[in-house]
Ligand binder design. Structure first.
Ligand code: MN
Length: 341
């Protein structure tokens, strides 16, 4: 082994050790330009406070909240997919860290001011023109009440879309419900992003910021988003009927494993209903296949049989056999929605 390789390995290991000792899982991205570089569109003082105080505070609070937890070493995207379930501290500060990291990265004093290539073509196809896209984004930003962001993002079926979100939410998050995907351009419309220079005139800030948004960076974000496995994770996570079934399964199967049959005896009807709702729901595009259709039908049959056993007051061992079979069927569906498919 070359000495340089050994050196790299030792440095990496020391870095990991340091991370684990200090709980500093996430770190500030380097700002690639000076605070004053975006003048006159964004002033130096706003940039300095925004980056070194606001963003730094989100990061510190995120690392503090994660220290010593099982989620400590998860990549930021994986944290955010389940942001709502992880609670307000992770949601707000994880979102704050992710959103600002993206924001600094698409701003540049040498911004390429118009999109090119595939991004330009797809913008025209989706929004008719770059100008109408900008109008949509500005309208979303202007009408966002209070603090938030406006986004251009890639949907799980690989379309471009626009949305706005409150606070530090973003389209990756489960909290964003109807508008999920991977953001490729985001504009911060918190007052802290513009108040020192523009005061209450959010519209003036929004007109100015296009001078420093680097479309070449947005285009590379687009290319990366289109091939990012996170899209499938989001697509599966956004399948509410699957999540609803999963909930009842988890809350009846695990007690049964411990010998407790009350949950399944009281909830078998609810489980059967959730299976029927799942069967009536639209299977997300990436997961559609004859196999998944069959597995979902099996799930409806299986939960109907289980419910009948409960109604007939069948013995524990009969219920157990039936629930284990149903659980296996559910895992076939889960498997068909995983990364390997
Ligand atoms: Mn901000």
């Amino acid at each position: 082994m070359k000495h340089t390789n050994l050196f790299v390995i030792i440095t990496l290991m020391a870095g990991l050790l340091h991370q684990n000792l200090t709980g500093q899982t996430h770190s500030m991205p380097k700002l690639e330009y000076a605070y004053a570089a975006l003048e006159p569109y964004i002033d130096a003082q706003t940039m300095e406070i925004h980056y070194s105080k606001h963003h730094q505070a989100y990061l510190n609070n995120l690392n503090k909240a994660l220290a010593g937890t099982k989620a400590e070493n998860l990549p930021i995207e994986e944290l955010l997919v389940a942001a709502e379930r992880r609670g307000a501290t992770i949601r707000n500060n994880g979102g704050g860290h992710y959103n600002h990291s993206l924001f600094w990265d698409i701003l540049s004093p040498d911004a390429v001011k118009t999109p090119n290539g595939k991004l330009a073509e797809d913008i025209v196809k989706t929004f008719t023109s770059v100008d109408s896209l900008k109008k949509l984004l500005n309208a979303g930003a202007t009408t966002r009440f209070g603090s938030g962001w406006v986004w251009l993002y890639v949907t799980p079926d690989k379309k471009l879309a626009v949305c706005s979100s409150p606070n530090q939410d973003n389209p990756i998050m489960d909290a964003n419900k109807e508008n999920r995907g991977i953001p490729i351009l985001g504009i911060d419309v918190w007052e802290h992003a513009y108040y020192l220079k523009y005061q209450n005139k959010r519209g003036d800030y929004l007109s100015a910021i296009w001078n420093v948004i680097n479309w070449d960076k947005v285009a590379s974000n687009y290319t990366n988003a289109l091939k990012n496995p996170l899209l499938k994770v989001i697509e599966k996570d956004a399948w509410q009927e699957l999540k609803d079934f999963h909930m009842v399964m988890a809350q009846t199967f695990h007690p049964m494993e411990e010998g407790k049959f009350d949950p399944i005896r009281t909830r078998s009807g609810e489980m059967y209903n959730k299976a029927k709702l799942l069967a009536a729901s639209k299977v997300p595009a990436s997961f559609q296949s004859p196999e998944i259709t069959k597995a979902i039908n099996d799930l409806v049959d299986g939960s109907m049989k289980l419910d009948k056993l409960v109604v007939k007051k069948a013995k524990d061992n009969k219920l157990k056999e039936s629930l284990i079979k149903l659980h296996d069927t559910f895992h076939v569906i889960q498997g068909l929605c995983s990364d390997d498919h």
